[in-house]
Write a protein that binds this ligand. Structure first.
Ligand code: NAI
Ligand code: CS2
Length: 482
């Protein structure tokens, strides 16, 4: 029996569930890219707004690719459980904020209509780094991407997130409706500006007057988002079914920690964000840098080193003195490149972060984090290294994390197990890696992919790490930090 409006009464009374009138909820939010993170983060904030009696903030969610999440949620009247795990402790709440899930390739017009609905005010996005369709070196649209080309030629049936936003905003403009506030919730620096650039480029290719209207009317605040949300597994679903008495195939699991820092440039109504714990600020950049370089930088290092060495989960890697030592060393290096935001105590943040990584109940897979390294390394590791080198500082642990990413491109773990590199640039990176005669050539080729110019000392450090990784494995490479 599945979770639904009808079976909600069977759920144990200890599990919180929507006490507001779901039928009276308006759809003030459109979310593009409904994955696990959205359900554990933005949806939880909008759920809190609804629970506080502000019924404007129901969500129409959109999957831009597969029907998977729609097929999980639709038979459940869009109800799902948010399970917060902290060691042995579990808290479960049923979330009712999702009102409908649209699958864009099945019905692109329905997505445009949702964006152009008079009740819509806020759009949030979690489409992964690669969904922005931008050449990160130049900030321009990926002109050789067929979906980008199609959206630049016509907005009748968009294919990309920037295309849908341009089409939805065009429909709002034509209907005389107001603008939207569009919030990127992906782990990218200056995510608001990146999204704005992408939407304006697609709009301009179709209709320069639309682009001007968007530039003048629509807000794209930057945001820093933080909550560790590992992919749900069949075991998680089975364990929850035993607790709930009904099956929930759309559940998500997460940690107690949650943070959302948003640039205060809204052009629309919004929930009482401050009351919901959302931090509104003039400048998100220092928050972004701290999170991307400390949390995500360490995560990527842990992911490649851990997965190469056979650690399936993040908590296993930080359970060893060498693993913890490596993470602390990486933070010592990264920290000197930060302008600490007001209100962030970096020393305390680091202690908390190590506790979050050590949360064994999350079962956060190193291979999940290892995905899409080509999209993640610049902001997580390379910018940090560049900052250290510009200040005349060394970057040993950061260089080891980059070398581990390079080793990952070989598609083989330290015990020779083959795996598929999950990355939009995997074929190109694999060819660069395989085509190099030795570690030094591989370092040059793979840094060249990013257009990253390493000075002689830094290059030597990365080559030395890659040599150890290739000959003795990741455990040996990390052991000096123990
Ligand atoms: P997920 O795998 O559950 O969902 C990914 C979503 O992105 C899906 O809706 C998928 O269809 C969509 N997507 C994938 N490739 C796309 C493309 N090329 N174009 C458009 N949409 C695409 O992943 P999850 O956990 O929801 O994470 C999504 C993003 O959220 C991350 O990439 C990251 O930027 C951000 N995030 C995730 C956190 C986490 O702990 N899971 C925490 C903070 C941010
Ligand atoms: C992770 C992040 O998958 C990854 O690349 O580093 O999704 C991480 O879990 C979040 O940024 C935490 O907020």
């Amino acid at each position: 029996m599945r979770l639904s409006n009808e079976t909600l009464g069977r759920v144990p009374a200890t599990v919180a569930h929507p006490a507001y009138d779901r039928a009276g909820v308006k759809r003030g939010v459109v979310h593009l890219g409904i994955g696990a993170f959205h359900r554990a983060h933005q949806a939880a904030y909008f759920e809190a707004a609804l629970a506080a009696g502000d019924l404007r903030w129901g969500i129409t969610s959109v999957s831009l690719r597969s029907a998977g999440v729609r097929d999980q949620l639709a038979p459940q009247d869009c109800l799902y459980a948010l399970v917060v795990r902290d060691g042995d402790a579990r808290t479960t709440a049923i979330v009712g904020a999702e009102q409908a899930v649209l699958v864009a390739p099945e019905d692109p017009q329905a997505v445009i209509d949702a964006l152009a609905h008079p009740d819509a005010r806020i759009v949030t996005l979690t489409i992964t780094e690669k969904g922005y369709k931008l050449d990160r070196a130049t900030g321009t649209l990926l002109s050789d991407d067929p979906d980008v080309a199609a959206d630049c030629a016509s907005l009748a049936a968009p294919r990309t997130a920037p295309g849908f936003l341009a089409a939805g905003l065009a429909a709002r403009r034509a209907a005389g409706l107001g603008p939207l506030t569009v919030i990127s919730c992906d782990n990218l620096p200056h995510n608001g500006k990146l999204l704005r650039d992408a939407v304006l480029a697609v709009a301009r290719a179709n209709d320069p007057a639309l682009a001007d209207w968007i530039a003048n009317e629509v807000a794209f605040p930057a945001s820093m988002i933080d909550r560790i949300v590992p992919a749900t597994t069949p075991e998680d679903i089975a364990a929850l079914a035993a607790d709930l008495g009904v099956e929930d195939r759309a559940m998500v699991k997460t940690e107690p920690f949650t943070q959302w820092v948003v640039e205060d440039t809204f052009v629309t109504e919004r929930p009482d964000f401050s009351a919901l714990g959302v931090q509104l600020t003039k400048s998100v950049a220092p928050w972004e840098d701290a999170k991307l370089r400390l949390l995500n930088g360490a995560h990527s290092g842990i992911a490649y080193l851990g997965a190469l060495a056979g650690d399936d989960f993040v908590h296993q890697f930080v359970a060893t003195p060498a693993g913890r030592g490596f993470v602390e060393a990486l933070w010592d290096e990264a920290q000197t490149t930060l302008n600490s935001p007001d209100g962030l105590d970096i020393a305390a943040y680091r202690v908390d972060l190590m506790g979050r990584f050590a949360n064994s109940a999350l079962q956060h897979r190193t291979r999940q984090i290892a995905m899409d390294g080509s999209q993640k390394l610049p902001q997580r590791l390379l910018a940090t290294i560049a900052g250290r080198r510009a200040a005349g500082q060394s970057a040993d642990a950061l260089a080891l994390a980059v070398a581990a990413w390079m080793r990952w491109q070989s598609g083989q773990t330290d015990v020779g197990e083959r795996f598929t590199v999950d990355d939009p640039a995997a074929a190109h990176l694999g060819a660069l890696s395989a085509g190099a005669a030795d570690a030094a050539e591989r370092v040059d080729a793979l840094l060249g992919f990013f257009g990253f110019a390493a000075d002689a000392d830094l290059r030597q450090t990365i080559v030395a790490h890659l040599d150890v990784l290739e000959q003795d494995g990741a455990r040996a490479a990390v052991s000096p930090y123990g």
